[in-house]
Each structure stands twice: as structure tokens, then as C-alpha cells.
Design a protein around this ligand. Structure first.
Ligand code: ADP
Ligand code: MG
Length: 633
């Protein structure tokens, strides 16, 4: 059987690219290769420890997990071994020859096309840590024995397109179980063949690893160089910010700083420890359709799983870190985990903790909060669309652009409420694609004139949650595109006067509304006056309860809706164009001129709302006519 012999295999295309990049190394900090290999060794020990609990065949194995490092200056080799789960032949080929993770291949091939290497530090996120050993090694040799099986396999490569896999007779090797990686150190990288350097690197990057890491020097002297206890079990005061940061790098595979560190111990009915982080930059797959959550579940210090654990809701999927439960049974199977009621209790408790921590941070450090909001605001807002989430708490953590804060600023809803005008009982908002465009929307004119603040929503998710969240702390959300907005009520003092004036203007324009409605026919649902506008003549609006214009357009684009519904055309009775139309209509009745201007105004309102013009040819003809006329005058 060929399987029993040495076999040469080709790396997948993405790996070849990664290797090329590694060999002509771009990382300025080559030290991290050791962190990556130790991290893999630690994962392997974690995996075996879990399997030994659930698989009786492995239970008898010794549980003295360790990671051992040694070197040989003469032969220029550095060796990292672990007694973890190990890899069989297929594992070696699959894990060290291809990239299986979703989204990764695509992203990597994009990255590899680029000339610039600024994105390069991101590489850790893609599960290619192992290959970083080629930064400092000409050749990498792996021997691995899968725990519970009695055959061992070797894997070897010089980082060019191929690798070799061959069987190793267990008797011919001292390795009993686990993996040993031997690096032939490149010329010029001999610094890694030094006890002090190795110890320093391990203490810098891998101190938090919960298994002992030993370094053996050439005299055969061995010392343990890390603290070797689970970092999250230590007390907060014993952990330096650097150690938190390294642990964050370890769990997140990402090189940025943690934006927020949440380290808590819950005691009482529910006992668990969480060490969670919010990253300071966006993970590359944040919006990947599978919306993966990446929190590692431990039970009494034993790693259980990272896949599909329902420890935090999808809208908090930006969290990284670990949760260690004291109450779950150690032999819990990954399959039945989802049905465990304890897990959902931990989840509820974590949600509360994270949201209240966000609230606190938002109140105490507004500047820093902006970064969080920019990165993860749209994800957090997904939680508003779900039925069983603590909406009010999420809303407390939300920030929005507004007419008062401008394009760059953000405000909380509580801030908005504190600035509400006397008599104002609703939270006004306007949705659109870009804040800059929203700020110049005619829909906002009347609000600006009266000094009423309007929130500006420009994320896609905003179109959805506004349909299911109706109020916040007793104040209703109200889109300014609704046809029934009457701003007259806001300023109490001039109420009577304003009301009278409004009635007068409305009655003067009533005939015009009728006339315009007839002209526009089924293109429009109604024509009404509004006091929402000041410098613009018209705008489009929808009935209370109807679908928002932008959402409707989105659903049509997504082919979830066939046709747009007819809108309401709102006219500003104070505007000079409308006033001229009113007087022309009173003097000589409907005319082709009124007809043309009506269509022009309607098209203008559509353009401003980002809608297409129904008949561009007719629009151009009318526009030309009007321009010619005004030039001739
Ligand atoms: P990642 O650790 O992010 O998955 P790596 O490139 O570091 O990516 O490693 C690829 C895979 O190789 C690991 O997921 C693991 O399955 C396997 N592997 C690497 N080193 C070891 C090891 N020491 N023991 C067992 N499996 C290992
Ligand atoms: Mg790794």
C-alpha cells in the first residue's frame, strides 16, 4: 500500500502563497513563530485532556501534559514537543497542507495578490500559525503519534511547493504520543539557539499557557519557564496588562490591543469565570454569513470546545476569550451541550455583564467608545431585531449620529432625550445611506428651524430594527418621513398663533393639493401640506405604519418585494414655488404650466429620496422647457 510508504504531496495553492510570504519573511517580529508553535502544542494538550475525559480508551494515559523545548547549537536545530493529542497521517496532510477554515482561503488569496504587506500581521487570524516557523527555519520536520493509536507519522518540508509524509516505526522513535517539531534554523537566525532568548520569548508571549513549558539546554539542564496555571484563575491584581494582552492574542489570533477586558468570577448559584475581550479592530470575518462566535468553553479548567457554543448571542460575536464553568459536568459531550440549561443561564448572565460594562464605558470614556461603536455598532444593533433580547439595555449602549452631533459625532439616546424640546414626545430619526447626504435632506428643514434634533441612521441594520423597536424609555421612535408629523405642537408658547397660521396656509393650498393629486394620478397616494419643510418645496412621505422608503427600496433590490407602493407628496405651503402655483391656480385654473411644474416637483422629491425618476425623457423635456423659459424672460 502506498499509504505505508513515503509520499510526496503538494501544498494547496493558498498555503504555497503563505509559505512564499513567510520565507521572504515580512514579519519584523520573528519571535512569534515560537508563540504559534507553543499555542498549537497547548491546543493539542487541551484536546487530549478533553478526549481523555469522554473516551475511556484514553483515560489511562498519563495526564502529565507538558511542552518541552530543546536545542542543539552544533546541528542548528530547535525542537518543540508536546504530549497532546497528536496527528495521524490524514491529520498531518489536512492540517499542515491545506486551509480548511471558512472564508480564509478567499481572504488569503486576496491578501497574497497584494503588493503591500500592511495587512500581513492579520495572518494569525487565518490559522496559518504553524507556517510561521518557515521564517526562521530552512526545513521543518514533524513527527506525530496520535494518542490511542500505535502508529506514528512524519511530515517534512523545506517550504517549497511540497511536503513529504512517511510512517515512522514507534520503536524507532522515543516519542510515545503527541507531536515533536524540529526546526533546522536558517543561517543568520542562530539567536533562537539560546536558552536566555528562548526563555525570554516564552515569558513574553506564552506565560499564560496553562501547561508547563520547559527549556532544556545543551548541558541537559531543564527548567520550567512559565507560570503554568490558567491565567483566568489568578486574581486580577496578579495579572499585568501585558499578560492580559498576550492572552488576548492567544485566544483571538489577532495582533491588536484588547479594547476592553472583562475578567470576572461569578459565585453563588451559578459559578463561572469569564475572561472576555472586545477587540480594538474588526475581525476579518465579522460579517461572514455564518456569524461565528469564538468563545472557548472550559469546565473546571478543562477545555471543552470553541465550536458552536451558545455562550453569547450572535450580536455579541465580536467577543473573544474564555468562559470556565464550575457547574457543568466534565464529561459533557459537545453534542448535548446546546440543550444544557446551565449554559443558557451563563449566557444570560454574560449578556447582562457585557451590556452593563458597555454602558459604563460609554458614559465614562466617550472618545474610546467611538472606536468600539465604529467597529461593532452595526453588529450590536442586530440584537435589536431579535425578539428575546434585552432591547432597552442594548439601546442604552447604542450611539447615533444626529443633526446636533454632526457627521463625525455620536450621541446616546439618553443624551438625545435630555435635549428634547418642550412638548416634544418623540425621538425623531431619518434613515439613509450616508450621513452627509442625510444632513442636507429637506425632510430635516422644519426640525432644524425649530431646533429639534433628529437622529441619523445610516447602517443597513437600522432599516430593520426601527420596524420592531417602537420606543425607548417611554419615548416613541418616529421617522421624519412619516406624513403625519406636525411640528406645530413642539413650541408651546406660539402654539395658538402658529396653529392659526398653519390652518390659513393649508386652506389656501387645499385646491392645489387636489389639482396636483389629479395630475400625478396613481403615481401618488395623496398630496398634503406639511410644516416640516422650510427651504424645500416638496418631499415624499409615507403613512404611519407603512414601510419606510429606504427599507422598501432595499427589499426591492433584494427581490423580496416586487413593486414600490405609492407615496405621499408633501408640499410646503410657505414656499415661493407653491405660493405661485396657488395664485396661478386661483386666477386661471389648471394649466399645462401647473402640470409641468407638478411633475418637476414630484421628480425632484423622488431624486432627493434616492428614488429613480419614473420617466427620465419627460423629466428632461420639462426641465429644458423651464430653463428655456427662464432664460428668455
Ligand atoms: P491554527 O492553530 O490556527 O488552527 P496552525 O497553522 O497553527 O493553525 O495549525 C494548523 C493545525 O495543525 C491546527 O489546527 C492543528 O489541527 C494542527 N496542529 C498544529 N500543531 C499541532 C500539534 N502540536 N499537535 C496537534 N495538532 C497540531
Ligand atoms: Mg495555531
Amino acid at each position: 500500500m502506498t499509504e505505508k510508504n513515503e509520499q510526496k504531496l503538494k501544498f494547496s495553492a493558498e498555503i504555497s502563497k503563505v509559505l512564499q510570504l513567510m520565507i521572504h519573511s515580512l514579519y519584523t517580529n520573528k519571535d512569534i513563530f515560537l508563540r504559534e508553535l507553543i499555542s498549537n502544542a497547548s491546543d493539542a494538550c487541551d484536546k487530549l485532556r478533553y478526549e481523555a475525559v469522554t473516551n475511556p480508551a484514553l483515560a489511562s494515559l498519563d495526564s502529565d501534559y507538558k511542552i518541552a523545548i530543546s536545542f542543539n547549537k552544533e546541528q542548528k536545530t530547535l525542537t518543540i514537543s508536546d504530549n497532546g493529542i497528536g496527528m495521524g497521517r490524514e491529520d498531518l496532510i489536512n492540517n499542515l497542507g491545506t486551509i480548511a477554515k471558512s472564508g480564509t482561503q478567499e481572504f488569503l488569496s486576496k491578501l497574497a495578490e497584494k503588493e503591500t504587506t500592511n495587512d500581513w500581521p492579520l495572518i494569525g487570524q487565518f490559522g496559518v500559525g504553524f507556517y510561521s516557523s518557515f521564517m526562521i527555519a530552512d526545513k521543518v520536520s514533524v513527527v506525530s503519534c496520535r494518542a490511542g493509536q500505535n502508529d506514528c507519522w512524519s511530515w517534512e518540508s523545506d517550504g517549497s511547493g511540497e511536503f513529504t509524509v512517511a510512517p515512522v516505526a514507534p520503536s524507532a522513535d522515543t516519542l510515545q504520543r503527541g507531536t515533536r517539531i524540529t526546526l533546522d534554523i536558517k543561517a543568520g537566525q542562530e539567536v533562537y539557539l539560546d536558552k536566555f532568548r528562548l526563555r525570554h520569548i516564552i515569558q513574553t508571549y506564552s506565560d499564560h499557557i496553562s501547561f508547563p513549558i520547559t527549556v532544556t539546554d545543551e548541558e541537559g539542564h531543564t527548567e520550567t519557564v512559565n507560570t503554568a496555571s490558567a491565567l483566568w484563575m489568578r486574581s486580577k491584581s496578579d495579572i499585568t496588562p501585558e499578560q492580559y494582552k498576550e492572552f488576548y492574542h492567544h485566544v483571538s489570533h489577532s495582533p491588536d490591543e484588547p479594547w476592553l477586558t472583562l475578567h470576572n468570577k461569578a459565585e453563588g448559584k451559578l459559578e463561572y469565570t469569564n475572561l472576555l475581550f472586545i477587540p480594538s479592530s474588526k475581525p476579518f470575518d465579522l460579517f461572514h454569513p455564518d456569524r461565528k462566535r469564538r468563545i472557548k468553553l472550559y469546565v473546571k479548567r478543562v477545555f471543552i470546545t470553541e465550536e458552536n457554543v451558545d455562550l453569547v448571542p450572535h450580536y455579541l460575536r465580536f467577543l473573544r476569550g474564555i468562559v470556565d464553568s464550575q457547574d457543568l459536568p466534565l464529561n459533557i459531550s459537545r453534542e448535548t451541550l446546546q440543550d444544557n440549561p446551565l449554559l443558557s443561564k451563563i449566557k444570560d448572565s454574560l449578556v447582562k455583564r457585557v451590556l452593563s460594562e458597555l454602558k459604563k464605558k460609554g458614559e465614562t470614556d466617550e472618545e474610546a467608545y467611538k472606536l468600539f461603536w465604529k467597529n461593532f455598532g452595526p453588529v450590536l444593533k442586530e440584537g435589536l431585531c431579535e425578539a428575546t433580547t434585552p432591547r432597552e439595555q442594548i439601546l442604552e449602549a447604542c450611539r447615533f449620529a444626529s443633526t446636533a452631533s454632526g457627521a463625525e459625532g455620536i450621541t446616546s439616546l439618553d443624551g438625545y432625550i435630555s435635549r428634547m424640546k418642550e412638548g416634544q414626545d418623540q425621538i425623531y430619526y431619518l434613515t439613509g445611506d450616508r450621513i452627509e447626504t442625510l444632513l442636507s435632506s429637506p425632510q430635516l428643514e422644519g426640525f432644524a428651524k425649530r431646533g429639534i434634533e433628529v437622529l441619523l441612521f445610516s447602517d443597513h441594520v437600522d432599516d430593520f430594527w426601527v420596524n420592531v423597536v417602537f420606543d425607548y424609555k417611554g419615548k416613541k421612535f418616529k421617522s421624519v418621513t412619516r406624513a403625519d408629523i406636525d411640528l406645530g405642537a413642539v413650541k408651546e408658547e406660539d402654539k395658538a398663533e402658529e396653529k392659526q397660521h398653519k390652518e390659513e396656509m393649508d386652506s389656501q393650498a387645499a385646491d392645489l393639493c387636489q389639482c396636483m393629486k389629479k395630475i400625478l394620478g396613481d403615481k401618488i397616494k395623496d398630496v398634503r401640506t406639511t410644516n416640516k419643510l422650510t427651504s424645500s418645496a416638496v418631499c415624499l412621505a409615507v403613512e404611519e405604519g407603512a414601510m419606510d422608503i429606504r427599507l422598501e427600496r432595499f427589499l426591492i433590490e433584494q427581490k423580496q418585494l416586487n413593486t414600490a407602493s405609492a407615496k405621499i407628496l408633501e408640499i410646503n405651503p410657505e414656499h415661493s414655488i407653491i405660493r405661485s402655483l396657488v395664485s396661478k391656480l386661483t386666477k386661471s385654473g389648471s394649466s399645462s404650466e401647473i402640470e409641468d411644474v407638478t411633475w418637476m416637483l414630484f421628480d425632484q422629491a423622488r431624486i432627493l429620496e434616492g428614488e429613480e425618476i419614473i420617466d427620465p425623457a419627460a423629466f428632461t423635456r420639462r426641465l429644458q422647457g423651464l430653463v428655456e423659459k427662464s432664460l428668455a424672460a
